[in-house]
Design a binder for this molecule. Structure first.
Ligand SMILES: NC(=O)C1=CN([C@@H]2O[C@H](COP(=O)(O)OP(=O)(O)OC[C@H]3O[C@@H](n4cnc5c(N)ncnc54)[C@H](OP(=O)(O)O)[C@@H]3O)[C@@H](O)[C@H]2O)C=CC1
Ligand SMILES: C[C@H]1O[C@H](OP(=O)(O)OP(=O)(O)OC[C@H]2O[C@@H](n3cnc4c(=O)[nH]c(N)nc43)[C@H](O)[C@@H]2O)[C@@H](O)[C@@H](O)C1=O
Length: 325
């Protein structure tokens, strides 16, 4: 697939350019806002879900028409872990298709110079070659627990490519691996594995529990990336990449769910035992991204899993636990 089709490389040179960060209160959006501020960007356009529901086409249209941002980072989406994806397939496909279609089309119509769309590693076939290269997209059957979300995300990549091809418009896509960090969702059922386990171990520690139950067999492998690294990679791509093909964003480090559970247990300081609930799905056996394309562009991650877990647990204690007291 050709690397760049038709469009010039449009990198942000003006730190006062208006940048719309959609989903700025979420895990990813909040990290991107921190990174942009840290890099000196001064003109961020932010709207809460309550202020602007991105599934409402006419509201999105009038927002872009009035505000006219120059850059867009699309980090608003319906997001959740394996249980949420498996339980609410209609929400995951329809909300994500609506948000991304509305935002991408209005951004194009109203003069946005460049848009970054975010997908996920679940776009790849369940049994893709490991590590998974970008070229594995649409080469096999998806993992059933998240195929609805994956189909929406694949449609997002294809929408960006179609606007680039037909309109010579600079829409790019980044595919993050499993993420974690401050402002994650710590819901007991609907969250991803890492925040779910952090909360469960913490509650068992303070409540004097003897066992923490982990879902599935413990054998699936997952690659984890701290969200501050992801945010750094997103800004890197916005500043330096203008290609047709999506770009994998991973850490290159994978652990089994059993190893992750042992690590979170240690960081939280829970001294009881682990139990396993085999009635819960394992999902994809392995999904390690091949991030060599991003590395060849000059980007590498910085945060180790152990350091990232410690920092996230501190954040959890200071922000989630303190707020609930
Ligand atoms: N978390 C992960 O492990 C991974 C995430 N990604 C991708 O990163 C992106 C961000 O995910 P993440 O930060 O984890 O998700 P979060 O759920 O933490 O944040 C999503 C944000 O989108 C907002 N949002 C949702 N629906 C709407 C809507 N209809 N209108 C306006 N705003 C809305 C949410 O607001 P509110 O909460 O008020 O609804 C929230 O601020 C997504 O595209 C996701 O697919 C990719 C790979 C892994
Ligand atoms: C980012 C990615 O996230 C989702 O895919 P996933 O990687 O399968 O997500 P997960 O974090 O929920 O689970 C990872 C593994 O961990 C196990 N597991 C153990 N104990 C708990 C637990 O307590 N909660 C959860 N959620 N999982 C648990 C769980 O059984 C599974 O084997 C996609 O749906 C989609 O949203 C997507 O793109």
């Amino acid at each position: 697939m050709a690397e760049t089709i038709g469009s010039e490389m449009s990198s942000i040179t003006d730190k006062s350019a208006k940048i719309f960060v959609a989903g700025h209160r979420g895990l990813v959006g909040s990290a991107i806002v921190r990174k942009l501020h840290q890099l000196g960007y001064t003109n961020l356009l932010l709207r809460t879900h309550a202020d602007l529901d991105l599934t409402r086409q006419s509201d999105v249209e009038s927002f872009f028409s009035t505000e006219k941002p120059l850059y867009v980072i699309l980090a608003a989406a319906k997001v959740g872990g394996i249980h949420a994806n498996n339980t609410y397939p209609a929400d995951f496909i329809s909300v994500n298709l609506q948000i991304q279609t509305n935002v991408i089309h209005s951004a194009y119509i109203h003069g946005v110079k460049k848009l970054l769309f975010l997908g996920s590693s679940c776009i790849y076939p369940k049994f893709a070659p490991q590590p998974i290269p970008e070229s594995a997209l649409l080469t096999g059957t998806l993992e059933p627990t998240n195929e609805w979300y994956a189909i929406a995300k694949i449609a997002g990549i294809k929408t960006c490519q179609a606007y680039r091809i037909q309109h010579n418009w600079d829409a790019i896509s980044g595919m993050p691996t499993n993420l974690y960090g401050p402002n994650d969702n710590f819901h007991p059922e609907n969250s991803h594995v890492l925040p779910a386990l952090m909360r469960r171990f913490h509650e068992a520690k303070v409540g004097g529990g003897e066992e923490v139950v982990v879902w599935g067999s413990g054998s699936p492998l997952r690659e984890f990336l701290h969200v501050d690294d992801l945010a750094d990679a997103c800004v890197f791509l916005l500043e330096r990449y203008s290609g047709l093909e999506h770009v994998n964003i991973g850490s290159g480090v994978e652990v089994t769910i059993r190893e992750l559970a042992e690590l979170v247990k240690e960081v939280v300081g829970f001294e009881g035992r682990l139990g396993w609930d085999s009635s819960k799905p394992d999902g994809t056996p392995r999904k390690l991204m091949d991030s060599s394309k991003l590395a060849s562009l000059g980007w590498t991650p910085k945060v180790s899993l152990r350091d990232g877990l410690r920092q996230t647990y501190e954040w959890y204690l200071e922000n989630v636990c303190a707020a609930n007291k």
